[in-house]
Design a protein around this ligand. Structure first.
Ligand code: AMP
Length: 227
């Protein structure tokens, strides 16, 4: 696996609005480079499903497409970062999303004598994002992503990857909530692009291209920054 030759574990950030392909690409990078995908959205959905206090507090905000408080997100992220598997290196998917989260991450990494290896901004067209988000669904067993319009399973009703027959849709993947999430991205997350440009770790990728083309470009970036 390409990244295992690195001296320090990579800390990669995927920035981009909902529908840009962060989750899909993070999963592919995870498999290719042996990194750990760390999605605060997945962690929060798990907390909601488990009915933890953090999950109960986050549920309504997530359903409305807003941002969960930095306090809750940081507590969940720190817990996850403390687990031993992240020593392989991480791909942060959906974190940081605010200036406060970015500053907290910088501080957390500085304590370990580290910094962000690369923050990769997936550049996309807003209008197309609503359509991408509104039609997506995943295999309930393995998490493989699909889309009503752009990527249906080859055999209807059966997951291409694991053969599973149950699929699920996120409660917040509606056109209306996607619009709110896009607004939250522009208001609070897009300014982080300048933060990472200032740190000299910003990379940009045209994410309107095919999943395979974006994966190939990301792979080249990860290989280069991990060297
Ligand atoms: P995602 O799976 O990344 O699209 O996140 C789904 C929802 O979880 C978002 O719309 C937010 O409500 C919440 N969320 C995920 N990550 C964060 C974060 N880093 N900060 C605040 N809210 C978050």
């Amino acid at each position: 696996m390409d990244a295992q030759a690195t001296t320090k574990p990579a800390v990669l950030i995927l920035l981009g609005p909902p529908g840009a392909g962060k989750g899909t690409q993070a999963r592919m990078l995870e498999q290719r480079f042996g990194l750990i995908q760390l999605s605060t959205g997945d962690l929060l959905r798990a907390a909601v499903a488990a009915g933890t206090p953090a999950g109960l507090a986050a549920k309504a905000v997530m359903e409305a497409g807003g941002l969960v408080s930095d306090e809750i997100v940081l507590a969940i992220l720190k817990d996850r970062m403390a687990q031993p598997d992240v020593k392989a290196g991480v791909i942060l998917d959906g974190f940081p999303r605010t200036a406060g989260q970015a500053a907290a991450l910088d501080g957390l990494l500085a304590e370990a004598g580290q910094g962000v290896t690369a923050a990769i901004s997936l550049e996309v067209d807003d209008a197309a994002m609503i359509a991408r988000v509104a039609g997506r669904f995943t295999c309930a067993d393995c998490g493989e992503g699909y889309h009503d319009e752009f990527k249906l399973p080859v055999e209807a009703g059966t997951c291409d990857k694991c053969g599973g027959t149950a699929f699920k849709r996120r409660a917040d993947d509606t056109a209306e909530t996607a619009r709110a999430r896009l607004e939250a991205y522009h208001a609070q997350t897009a300014p982080l692009i300048a933060h990472y440009r200032g740190l000299g770790v910003l990379e940009t990728v045209d994410a309107m291209d095919s999943i395979a083309a974006v994966a190939s470009e990301l792979g080249s970036i990860v290989t280069r920054v991990s060297a």
